[in-house]
Design a protein around this ligand. Structure first.
Ligand SMILES: C[S@@+](CC[C@H](N)C(=O)[O-])C[C@H]1O[C@@H](n2cnc3c(N)ncnc32)[C@H](O)[C@@H]1O
Length: 192
């Protein structure tokens, strides 16, 4: 039977959920998005990944769940409080690096290896500096964003910003994109 709600959660994910609840962190991506990230991460053995918006580490735990031993991920958040559970949980995993600070500054200053997958889950990299962020992908690299279908918590005026974002993505000649009417509304883009 087709059942897209059967998503296997790691013990680490369940622990991070508890910590997120205790912190009152409610901005995590849903489990569908997490499952998609895990699947795509596992398509890139030895991959180098970027997450903008660690939150408490819930989507990161899916990404890590899809990574092989030679893959690596950089995860960025400007809130030390939110990022702390993730830093603590992954402290012994050398494949994972954290940056705590402004994602926009980080994107503009990054001079390292390009990425095989970018999950842009904060304002910088999604609404701001998207061109620069997509410029950090290898050809064949994935750029993934969620929360594109109307959400009850969207502030006044946000829908118009999402419309502009979607229009720009659809017209970006560097990308092949698919919009998925599933989860919270996902755009999967691959750099040509
Ligand atoms: C949607 S939440 C991330 C959720 C996480 N990816 C998950 O699904 O579990 C967005 C995160 O972006 C962070 N953030 C907001 N503005 C930022 C900025 N300018 N630079 C870096 N991080 C930022 C917030 O602190 C928040 O934790």
């Amino acid at each position: 039977m087709f059942d897209d709600s059967r998503i296997v959660l790691s013990a680490r994910h369940l622990q991070l959920m508890e910590k997120s609840k205790a912190l009152g962190f409610t901005m995590a991506s849903d489990l569908y998005t997490g499952s998609l990230l895990r699947t795509i991460a596992s398509s890139k053995p030895g991959g180098h990944f970027l997450e903008i918006g660690t939150g408490t580490g819930l989507s990161l735990s899916f990404l890590v769940g899809g990574m092989d031993e030679s893959s690596s991920v950089i995860s960025i958040d400007n809130s030390e409080e939110f990022q702390q559970p993730a830093v603590e949980h992954f402290k012994d995993d050398k494949r994972i690096s954290f940056f705590c600070g402004d994602g926009g500054e980080w994107i503009q200053n990054y001079k390292g290896k390009p990425f095989d997958l970018i999950f842009a889950d904060a304002w910088p990299g999604k609404f701001n500096l998207r061109n620069e962020t997509i410029g950090l992908l290898v050809p064949g690299g994935f750029y993934i964003i969620d929360d594109l279908l109307p959400q009850p918590n969207w502030p006044e005026g946000h829908a118009a910003k999402v419309d502009v974002l979607i229009g720009e993505m659809q017209n970006d000649p560097r990308l092949n994109i698919t919009m998925i009417h599933w989860s919270t509304g996902i755009c999967i883009a691959v750099r040509k």
